[in-house]
Design a protein around this ligand. Structure first.
Ligand code: NAI
Ligand code: MG
Length: 337
């Protein structure tokens, strides 16, 4: 059965890694009816706006998108299209699996997933300065906002994710000892939901600073981590750093009505157009997309092929110490698929 999906190739290395990913999906024999749309810099060039209405309409209709990285101008210019998409479609769950693939790294047994709340907490945008006397910025204040419903849906998402993917434990990460209201509400809600899954999914909780330290000391103890926006932002970068960084890190932004899959990295303007970008993260994002629509076997085949190519065939792009081009890597994965 073919599934309609929106495709945004993106900016910089986006078109190269997207083409590589599509060739692997072809080899897998999975059928998407792609509706190709634009976003970011390439949309500005084509349509005069970084987020054209046609792109939004397409995602609204398909509820499913594979997206390349989009360039956001620094200091001025248009606001982040990624943030706009997250808000428009209420993509409340940011899901980032982190797994050791390349042998010889510092950690060889990491296999965890961070589920980060993507719409509330410290990132709601109440962040301002106040003038006192002559100093226009004598005081700065940020406000974190948490809702019981928001806590519920993200924690439930994490437990359901664990169940769907055969994972054993969810760790709730918080700072309820200090932030008794906001983080306290998150922890209280999380414990109630954890009780509903008793006997199916184990659960514990950790204070965020300890969790950050434990990630470095013994990352293998973690399975699924669920946490609030700011903590999730920091811990998910920390976790991807444990396994060798950006070239292998996929992510998903998921809501009730839409889900957008992408690599964690950006448009890498420094290497764009050279044919040397690592397409693995985008391929792993496509595997998450297959999981999401229930094609678990195909997703598994894609992941196993990719790991075999890196570990056994030793075909690696430059960022992983190899000399393979983007298309060499794609061909090797397609062959293994
Ligand atoms: P970046 O992730 O694009 O690049 C950081 C470094 O990692 C660069 O040296 C780059 O060459 C390398 N790198 C990244 N992906 C790679 C890959 N697949 N293979 C090999 N090397 C890779 O981050 P940077 O430079 O901070 O941002 C560039 C642009 O991307 C900015 O406009 C930023 O706003 C945007 N961006 C977009 C994201 C998205 O659409 N989800 C996420 C992060 C950044
Ligand atoms: Mg971040």
């Amino acid at each position: 059965m073919r599934r309609a999906a929106t495709l945004i190739a993106g900016d910089g290395i986006g078109p190269e890694i997207t083409e590589a990913t599509l060739s692997v999906l072809d080899a897998l024999g999975v059928g998407f009816d792609w509706d190709e749309q634009y976003g970011g810099m390439s949309a500005v060039e084509k349509a005069g706006t970084p987020l054209p209405k046609a792109t939004l309409d397409s995602i609204r209709q398909t509820g499913l998108a594979l997206k390349g990285p989009l360039t956001t101008p620094v200091g001025g210019g248009y606001r982040s299209v990624n943030v706009a998409l997250r808000q428009e479609f209420e993509l409340y769950a940011n899901v980032r699996p982190v797994k050791s693939i390349v042998p010889g790294g510092r950690y060889v047994d990491v296999d965890l997933v961070i589920v980060r709340e993507n719409t509330e907490g410290m990132y709601v945008g109440f962040d301002r300065t106040f003038k006192v006397g002559n100093d226009p910025k004598a005081l700065a204040q940020a406000t974190s906002v948490m809702t019981r419903d928001g806590c519920r849906r993200i924690v439930r998402y994490a437990f359901d994710y664990a169940r769907r993917h055969g994972r054993k434990k969810v760790t709730v990460v918080h700072k309820a000892n200090i932030l008794k209201a906001t983080s306290g509400l998150f922890l209280e809600t999380a414990r109630q939901i954890a009780a509903e899954y008793q006997g199916q999914i184990a659960s514990d909780d950790k204070i965020v600073d300890n969790a950050a330290m434990q990630l470095v000391i013994n990352p293998a103890q973690f399975d699924v981590i669920v946490t609030t926006n700011l903590f999730g932002d920091i811990l998910s970068d920390e976790a991807s750093g444990l396994v060798g960084g950006l070239g292998l890190a996929p992510g998903a932004n998921v809501g009730e009505h839409a889900a957008i899959f992408e690599a964690v990295h950006g448009s890498a303007p420094d290497i764009a157009g050279q044919g040397i970008a690592n397409p693995a993260a985008q391929m792993l994002a496509a595997a998450m997309m297959l999981d999401h629509i229930g094609q678990l076997q195909e997703a598994g085949r894609l992941r196993r092929a990719l790991e075999t190519v890196i570990v056994k065939d030793n075909v690696r792009t430059k960022d992983l110490g190899g000399s393979a081009s983007t298309t060499d890597f794609a061909r090797a994965v397609a062959r293994r698929v």
